[in-house]
Each structure stands twice: as structure tokens, then as C-alpha cells.
Design a protein around this ligand. Sequence first.
Ligand code: NAP
Length: 244
Amino acid sequence: MDRKVVVVTGASSGIGESIAAKFKNEGFLVVGVSRSEPEVEVDLWSKADLTNKEERESVFKDVAEKFGRCDVLVNNAGVGLYDTWENIDEEALRREFELNFFAVVDMTKLFLPFLKETKGTVINTSSVAAKIYVPCMGSYCATKSAVYMFSHSLRAEVKKYGVGVLNLIVGRINTGFSSRSFGGLNPPSSPGGGCPKKLADKVFKAYKKRKRQITYPFWYEFVAPVVKLLGPVYDNINIKKWGI
Ligand SMILES: NC(=O)c1ccc[n+]([C@@H]2O[C@H](COP(=O)([O-])OP(=O)(O)OC[C@H]3O[C@@H](n4cnc5c(N)ncnc54)[C@H](OP(=O)(O)O)[C@@H]3O)[C@@H](O)[C@H]2O)c1
């Protein structure tokens, strides 16, 4: 089989949906992974709750049976949790880590044999939250920091196989992500936000150029140094914003 295969987790919505559509347009066979059926055209929907290890393994089996290869794995499915460390529910915290981090590691390990054969690429959706802390979103920041560290350390480890790793530093994107997040607090509304389709175009370009990391929207590159400069002022802004 000549056509390349991309596996996209979280293909039923937002960023994952746009990435799936982009790769499909570029001629890839697309496997969408999610709990609800993707509306975007895919060649295989592997229904899975990625917090469940057996269901992650069944995704690999589905892909092995139908295509027997994987060229790109996009670890994108994720969820937010808004609460203070004082009040955070332990089960919710573990569930957030299970999806945002442990599923990313596990899916990569499952698909690595295929990726080694194709000299493929792992694309991980980290976040600007890996670079700046946000009060009341500390657990989310921690999961995305873990993904950031996973991406960069993994890259060096799999270089010998010709496997690439692209880490995505994603700023606010208009997907309704916050409305689907859980926890005891509602996030304050913030204006603006990037376009998931533009992000998907940039991801594809970066994949073709075998880039190590991209930031979208690009100006988030400057947020971390500004936060560092602001110091306690940044804390006070957030204390007011979240009403804590
Ligand atoms: N939007 C932003 O501002 C932003 C910023 C930085 C980083 N990110 C990251 O980008 C990624 C995608 O976010 P998005 O904005 O596109 O969010 P979204 O629109 O809410 O999409 C989340 C996707 O994850 C899937 N998903 C959620 N729980 C799942 C589970 N237990 N098992 C399998 N799939 C599951 C959802 O599908 P089902 O519900 O059908 O399962 C959906 O397809 C996330 O990792 C997020 O942390 C987003």
C-alpha cells in the first residue's frame, strides 16, 4: 500500500478535526479516534475512550488490521480542568492526566513499531500552558508541560530510527474547548483566539519540513518572557480575573 496513513486523536472536534481534514486533502488515509463519530471525512473511525488502556490498544489493532501501517500519529485529544489545587477533585485530576499525558505516551509506544518502519512522525499537541502557569488551570498546565518534555526527550531517543517529533505550542484557538472542560470553576472569558484551520495548515507545513516545534498564534512566543517580567503583577491580574 503506497498511501500514507495518519492517526489523529480527537478528530471529532476543533483542532483534531481540522488536522484530519488537512491530511485528507493532502492525500493521506485518515484514521480518526474519538468517542463520538467525526463529521469530517475519515477512512476509519476507531471509536475509543483514550483514558482506557484497552481501548487505546484496540485503536492500534484497528489500524493494524485495516492498513498495517502508520506514518503520522497526532496525539491531540485533550481536556481542561479548571479548579484550585486546594479544591481539585483527585479523580478528575487523574482522568485529566490519563487523557492529556498517559494516553499520549501509550499511543506513541503502541504505534512506534509502525513509525519506525515508515520513518514517520509523532505530532503532540502541547500548549502555551506548558510555558506559562495559569492559576486555577495548574493541573492542565502540568499535563501540557509533561507533553512538552515528552516530545523533546522522545525526539532524541527515536532519532536513530528516523522517527521525527513535532511539538505544538498552541495558544487560544476558537474551538469551544473551555466549554467542554470540567472542574469547579468557570474560566473567565478572553477575547480573540486563533483559527483551527490555519493551525492545521501550519502543522502540515511543519510536518513536511520535519520541524521540531511550532507556536500558533506566533505571538504567544513572547508571552512567557512578559509573564516572567511581570512576576507578582501577573499573579494579581489572575487573582482578580478568577475571583480567588
Ligand atoms: N482550543 C484551545 O484554545 C487550545 C489551546 C492549547 C492547546 N489545546 C489542545 O488542543 C487539543 C485539542 O483541543 P480542541 O480545542 O480541539 O478541543 P475540543 O474541540 O474540545 O476537542 C477535543 C477532542 O478530544 C476528544 N476527546 C475528549 N475526551 C476524549 C476521550 N476520553 N477519549 C478520546 N477522545 C477524547 C474529543 O472527542 P470526543 O468527545 O468525541 O471523544 C474531541 O475530538 C487538546 O489537547 C487541547 O488541550 C487547545
